[in-house]
Design a protein around this ligand. Structure first.
Ligand code: SAM
Length: 221
C-alpha cells in the first residue's frame, strides 16, 4: 500500500491488539501509549508502511528500531508508575524514549551515533515531548550528572550488565537489559533492594551490540 493511503491509526490499533495484548502485555498505560505514538515518524520514509510490522526495522548507522513487542515487554518490566526518572541507553530512533515520555516524569537517553541523536531529538520535539533529554556518548558509563535513576533500560546487547549502570541505579530501582552473546541474549531484569541485586530472566531476545568501555569492543565482531 502507498504510504499516503495507509491508515496509520488502524495499523497502530491492530499492532497493539495482535502483537502486544495477544502476547500478554496487560498494562493499560503501555497499550494506550503504543496506540497513540506514531511509530512511522521514527523510521525512514521507505519504511513507513512497515512501521507497525512484527519485527525490527533498519534505521541509520546500521542500527535498528526494536520490534514493537520487545519495546512493550521491556517497558512493562520497568513497572513505571508515572513519577520515575528513567535512563535509556541506546536512543536509536527515539521511539522507546517517546513511550517512556508518555509513562513517566523524566527521561534521559544516551546514543553513540550523533546522526541518530539529531533525528530522534527532532521527532521527539515535533511530537511535543518536553520531558526527554538526549545525549551523544558512550552509555556504558551511564550518565552520572543526573544519577541516580529510578529505572534504567539498556536497548542494546551487553556481554554483562555494566557495573557503572548498577551504581547509578537508585535503591528500589529496576534495570532492564539484554545480556548474553553477540548473537542471542536473555532479557534480564535487575532489582536493587537494600543494596542487594535480584535478577530474573524474561526470555530470549536478539539486539544489536552495546559498544563501549563496559560493553563490546568494536574489534570484537
Ligand atoms: N531504543 C531504540 C529505539 O527505540 O529505536 C532502539 C535501539 S537499537 C536496538 C540500539 C541502539 O544502541 C543503537 O542505536 C546503537 O547505536 C546504540 N548503542 C550501542 N552501543 C551504545 C553505547 N555504548 N552507548 C549508547 N548507545 C549505544
Amino acid at each position: 500500500m502507498a504510504a499516503d493511503k495507509m491508515d496509520y491509526k488502524k495499523a497502530r490499533e491492530e499492532m497493539v491488539r495482535l502483537q502486544i495484548e495477544a502476547r500478554g502485555i496487560t498494562d493499560r498505560r503501555i497499550l494506550d501509549a503504543m496506540c497513540k505514538i506514531p511509530r512511522e515518524k521514527f523510521v525512514e520514509e521507505k519504511f513507513y508502511t512497515s512501521a507497525y510490522a512484527d519485527y525490527p526495522l533498519p534505521i541509520s548507522d546500521g542500527q535498528t528500531i526494536s520490534q514493537p513487542y520487545i519495546v512493550a515487554l521491556m517497558t512493562q518490566c520497568l513497572n513505571l508508575k508515572g513519577n520515575e526518572k528513567v535512563l535509556e541507553i541506546g536512543t536509536g530512533s527515539g521511539y522507546q524514549a517517546a513511550i517512556l515520555a508518555e509513562l513517566t516524569r523524566k527521561v534521559y537517553s544516551v546514543e553513540r551515533f550523533e546522526t541518530l541523536v539529531e533525528r530522534a531529538k527532532k521527532v521527539i520535539e515535533e511530537l511535543g515531548y518536553k520531558n526527554v533529554n538526549i545525549f551523544v556518548g558512550d552509555g556504558t558509563v551511564g550518565l552520572k550528572d543526573f544519577s541516580p535513576y529510578d529505572r534504567i533500560i539498556v536497548t542494546a546487547a551487553a556481554p554483562e550488565v555494566p557495573s557503572t549502570l548498577v551504581e547509578q541505579l537508585q535503591e528500589n530501582g529496576i534495570l532492564v537489559a539484554p545480556v548474553g552473546s553477540l548473537y542471542s541474549q536473555d532479557l534480564k531484569v535487575v532489582e536493587k533492594k537494600s543494596g542487594k541485586l535480584y535478577t530474573r530472566s524474561e526470555g530470549g531476545c536478539v539486539f544489536v551490540p552495546l559498544i563501549g568501555k563496559y560493553g563490546w569492543k568494536s574489534n570484537e565482531f
